[in-house]
Ligand binder design. Structure first.
Ligand code: FAD
Length: 405
């Protein structure tokens, strides 16, 4: 059997794709277009651009920069940016749905893209007019890459223990420290960086700064060589006497830690959605394969033991999907989403980690081909179990919310 790109069974014509993309442009530029139009464009983009690109980005160990720009042309770096700043002004749930669809093609690409969009949204909502003008149009166009930097070589789960230090100097702040394990750091042009302003004060002294990669004092580290998911552009940077103005303090001490923790509910929810996206695509491929591949004279799906794998994955995917939908609805409504987001991510990552290897097994050797996403998706689910709160930190959050006061 020949290698098959994983979207092959219903590959559309180029004209179908162009129509969908054109429809998305119209959606992005004017009111009155149904959200379903954008969803169709995202599905076509995932199938035609991300599916064929993902093995290449993995082989070349790089961000899918060309596809980020193409996605930006569809509006995918400005999903939540307010319309007043040229964004689509869509609710959080739209972003989660788009992240889910893109992750079905490649988790790493989707994660990199969403992280740049997050910076566009954060700056549009919170930065000074000068910073908005300087960065938001470039981020929305995919010309600039953004990242959010909390983690350090010595502090991951314990965010309040970060040691990157901001010290008051005339006219602003001097920042010194090191950030590691940062999505997009391999190429980022602008970062929202969390620092400590008052050593020993923990969460209370944490502040958030807008940091520019081209400025003196920003020292980029080489991209991390990992076991996979290189389209995430994971890396780090040092800040060595980096000077930031007062206006570049995006979130002051007292507000920054809380703001980061609120944003993380969204991140947990879209990462959970992305796990559903990966699992959903793996399920679709395995199902299609099971009706085509024959063993012992019948299609695989005619063997009861084989089809139970499909049934179990579909049942667990449906359950995870309901948790994601609940968390996304809470975020859209501005309600407290701590518990729902933590539960959704815990369940969705564990479901993906459990079911993806089973579906890969159901494909036989064929599933090992790089044109299929099983290997990348299993690695994506591993990554999902750390980013925006490891599974253990999610358990801690759930337990803290549930504990009687
Ligand atoms: C590909 C990738 C991209 C990332 N992108 C970003 C990014 O964009 N920005 C950013 O700031 N960070 C990012 N991270 C970092 C991520 O947030 C951290 O990996 C995560 O917070 C866990 O920190 P750690 O890896 O340092 O683990 P550690 O904190 O060293 O913990 C090690 C292990 O022990 C467990 N553990 C720790 N404390 C406890 C405890 N009290 N009880 C029980 N178990 C515990 C953890 O859950 C983990 O399993 C990224 C990570 C990866 C892998």
């Amino acid at each position: 059997m020949s290698a098959t790109p994983h979207a092959a069974p219903d590959t559309p014509s180029a004209a179908d794709t162009a129509r969908a993309l054109g429809a998305a442009d119209a959606f992005a530029s004017g009111p009155g277009h149904a959200l379903g139009t954008l969803d169709a464009a995202v599905a076509a983009f995932a199938r035609d651009v991300v599916v064929p690109g993902a093995p290449l980005w993995e082989r070349e160990r790089r961000i899918g920069r060309e596809a980020i720009e193409a996605a930006a042309a569809l509006g995918l770096c400005r999903i939540e940016v307010p319309a007043a700043h040229g964004g689509l002004g869509l609710p959080f749930s739209a972003k989660a749905r788009i992240a889910q669809a893109l992750a079905g093609a490649d988790f790493g690409f989707a994660f990199s893209l969403i992280n740049t969009g997050n910076i566009a949204t954060k700056l549009a909502r919170e930065a000074s007019p000068e910073l908005v003008e300087r960065w938001v149009p470039a981020l929305m166009a995919g010309r600039a890459i953004g990242c959010t930097a909390l983690t350090e070589p010595g502090a991951g789960s314990d965010f309040a223990a970060i040691a990157t230090r901001a010290t008051r100097v005339a006219g602003g702040w001097r920042i010194d420290g090191e950030k590691a394990w940062i999505t997009n750091a391999a190429e980022a042009d602008v970062a929202v960086v969390y620092v400590q302003t008052e050593p020993g004060s923990g969460a209370r002294g944490v502040a958030g700064f807008v940091v520019e990669a081209a400025r003196a004092g920003f020292v980029r580290r080489p991209a991390f060589a990992l076991s996979g998911q290189h389209a995430i552009g994971t890396g780090g940077f040092a800040l060595d006497g980096y000077l930031a103005t007062d206006a570049e303090m995006l979130q002051p001490p007292g507000r920054a830690f809380k703001s980061a923790m609120t944003s993380i509910n969204g991140a947990r929810t879209y990462v959970a959605a992305m796990c559903c996206g990966m699992l959903g695509e793996a399920l679709r491929i395995a199902q299609a394969y099971g009706s085509e591949r024959r063993t012992f004279g019948v299609p695989l799906a005619d063997h009861q033991g084989w089809r139970w794998t499909i049934a179990e994955a579909s049942a667990e995917l449906a359950a995870a999907g309901l948790l994601v939908a609940d968390a996304a609805a809470r975020i859209d409504a501005g309600a407290d989403a701590q518990l729902a987001a933590a539960q959704a991510k815990l369940v969705a990552t564990r479901t993906a980690e459990r079911q993806l290897p089973r579906l890969a097994q159901a494909m036989g050797a064929e599933g090992l081909r790089e044109s299929y996403p099983f290997g990348r998706h299993m690695n994506g689910a591993r990554v999902a179990s750390f980013v925006d709160g490891s599974s253990e930190m999610l358990l801690e959050r759930i337990a803290a919310v549930l504990r009687p006061r």
